[in-house]
Write a protein that binds this ligand. Structure first.
Ligand code: C5P
Length: 202
């Protein structure tokens, strides 16, 4: 088969999404933002649905809800993401997506370590919490959300802590991942580095 999987992991607002989309476009690959799966489950939990049931009955159209990008849903997502049954309910969908013909880019926290340990290319995109909070603050206020830099920084750190310290599939670079720290890089520089890294293994 002609499947080729690119795994891109890392914390929130490190530039993962931007890099993943651009990489997918460059290679003509399909792109899956796996954070959306956890956000969709989190959003359903906020309406009173049990987390495990929400994950097991998740529908593709749940990923299209336009309220998944809020700070409230992000926190709810990181809370449901510690539940082992929630994670296992989402595995098959992600692996099937990764193996599709024509190539796929998946971004998340555990793609290179757990979902696709045999991915042909693995990146871990990171940046300091302060830089990431500033980027996320500008993104949220740009969309009209009312918040402060302090609040966003506290949220980022809380989510990092939960994602790195959970028992199941903690966020960390795979042994064979190339780490890209975007703290002092422009989007263009980070993307150039990502493309060079992937082209080297392609
Ligand atoms: O990437 P995003 O900020 O949309 O992810 C929301 C939350 O979903 C993360 O904080 C994390 O807890 C969880 N997540 C995960 N595994 C993934 C993707 C996201 O645990 N592969």
């Amino acid at each position: 088969t002609d499947s080729f999987t690119i795994a891109i992991d890392g914390p929130a607002a490190a530039g993962k999404g931007t890099i993943s989309k651009a990489v997918a476009t460059e290679f003509g690959f399909a792109y899956l933002d796996t954070g959306l799966l956890y956000r969709a489950v989190g959003a359903r939990v906020l309406t009173g649905v049990d987390p495990i049931e929400a994950a097991q009955t998740l529908q593709p159209e749940d990923l299209d809800r336009d309220d998944l990008r809020t700070a409230e849903v992000a926190q709810a997502a990181s809370k449901v993401a510690v539940i082992s049954e929630v994670r296992s309910a989402l595995v098959d969908f992600q692996r099937a997506f990764a193996r599709r013909a024509g190539g796929a880019v998946l971004d998340g926290r555990d793609i290179g370590t757990v979902i696709c340990p045999n991915a042909e290319a693995k990146l871990y995109v990171t940046a300091s919490a302060e830089v990431r909070a500033k980027r996320r603050f500008l993104e949220l206020t740009g969309k009209g959300e009312v918040t402060s830099l302090e609040t966003v920084l506290a949220d980022v750190k809380m989510r990092d802590d939960r994602d790195m310290n959970r028992a199941e599939a903690p966020m960390k670079p795979a042994e064979d991942a190339v780490v890209i720290d975007t703290s002092d890089l422009s989007i263009e520089q980070a993307l150039e580095l990502a493309l060079k890294t992937i082209e080297a293994v392609r």
